[in-house]
Design a binder for this molecule. Sequence first.
Ligand code: SF4
Ligand code: SF4
Length: 180
Amino acid sequence: MYFKHFFLKIFSQIRSLLLIFLNIFEKSETRLYPEENLRLSSRYRGRIILTCTPNGEERCVACGLCAAVCPVGCIALEKTEQKNGRWFSKFFRINFSRCIFCGLCEEACPTAAIQLIPDVELGDFKRKNLIYEKNNLLISGTGKKKKYDYYVFSGVTLKNVSMGKKLHRKNKIDIKSLLP
Ligand code: SF4
Ligand code: SF4
């Protein structure tokens, strides 16, 4: 029994050395970050942004669904309204020190305003610096959904603005066609 264990251990050592020797000639997987950029998938769930419509209007209508669905409660916002009736957020705050990057806020958002992007460089020495306000989150671009404008697709009309009317009438949905 003693000799059996002894030879098994010797065999295990030789096998490990052999595997190390074979892998010496393999291509290294080590990335010299931060000198070398990380290669993240475009669907990677990293930093959160707020996007705008193709017309440059804020997409967020302050419905609060993202805050309601967030499992850690790290989103805070308040709704306000423009003169034409369009809703937007008075303030929008995300506490990244609590965010777990689950992506549920993005799933819940009806306007595609909130999006997670492949950026992981959020580290900071002070926790309060991880509280991002609207001006830190809002970008002027559309993000992943290039042509999406919630007001146009939903057919919502605003005072003195004809947005949504045309498209809504042209692509009127026949709800009966959805019945089984
Ligand atoms: S990614 Fe998840 S945890 Fe982070 S804000 Fe969105 S819902 Fe909350
Ligand atoms: S980001 Fe989306 S889900 Fe969150 S409040 Fe704005 S519109 Fe609603």
